[in-house]
Write a protein that binds this ligand. Sequence first.
Ligand code: MD3
Ligand code: FE
Length: 203
Amino acid sequence: MVNRTEVDLAGARYFPSFLDRTQQVELVQLLRDIVRAAPLTHYRTAGAKKMSVAMTSAGKFGWLSDDKGYRYADTHPSGVAWPDIPSPLSEIWKELAPNARLPDSCLINFYGPEAKMGLHKDDTEQDFDQPVVSVSLGDEGLFRIGGQVRGGKTQSIWLRSGDVVVLTGASRLSYHGVDRIKAGSSSLLEKPGRINVTLRVAK
Ligand code: MD3
Ligand code: FE
């Protein structure tokens, strides 16, 4: 079931079940093609720990972490260009953020059953007036969102396959993270796990 319900999530625009099953299956196929060309990588955090989430990107720029820090790079660590952003994702962006610039980066996160992402804010981009659009696929993830300062109140919500969130306004710079994955809660992927895709204007 699709729907166009919009819910306020700590200032972010939350669209539960935005994508139907057919759209989700198509996206997973397109993401598999991207991963084949630009393999998933466990980057190291600034604290040098390996991230449990495996990542790759599409678009003109890809987010990564290396000796030069957190940054948007022109190529995958292997040296190949990032694949193009799949058009169904660009269409979601145009529908939900019609007045924004077009995304030049698409970060693809793969969470295995044990993966999580600590509280952080997305601040590697140049223009925080541009939104971030997030699409969740596969198993449910317990998402946590706080305010713009660390240590404040947070709220938690399970993001499910097909859910879309638009981070805009004050929420664009809110702390957020993923505490855990409910392995086996979705039948979309062949193996347990969760995929989150974020569309961004990096530069
Ligand atoms: C931010 N990804 O890649 S995106 C990231 O599910 C990242 O993989 C998470 O944070 C993931 O940088 C979350 C979804 C999201 C939803 C609501 C938000 C991010 C948000 C509200 C405010 C700020
Ligand atoms: Fe983030």
